[in-house]
Design a protein around this ligand. Structure first.
Ligand code: ZN
Length: 81
């Protein structure tokens, strides 16, 4: 199966990292689970993830770390599992 991983890292403290995983359903493989991916990103932006609670800005498109206000970096991986 194919899994999309959204890896969010805090530049100040590696312990604040978070990985959001989306396991693609068979019927989604060609169309990609875009809606579910954006819902997870939305959770991060809106703070419902409880970790990344700050609003995004030009300098930090996915906001700041809610634990230490450090800068965040995000990468997206597609992995066969
Ligand atoms: Zn942090």
């Amino acid at each position: 199966m194919t899994e999309i991983r959204l890896v969010v890292r805090c530049e100040s403290n590696p312990m604040h990292a978070k990985i959001l995983r989306i396991l693609l359903k068979e019927e989604e493989k060609n169309g990609i689970a875009v809606r579910r991916l954006f819902r997870l990103i939305g959770d991060v932006l809106e703070g419902s993830s409880m970790i990344y609670i700050h609003a995004p800005s030009d300098k930090s498109p996915i906001g700041f770390c809610g634990l230490c206000r450090g800068k965040l970096k995000c990468t997206v991986q597609k992995v066969e599992v």
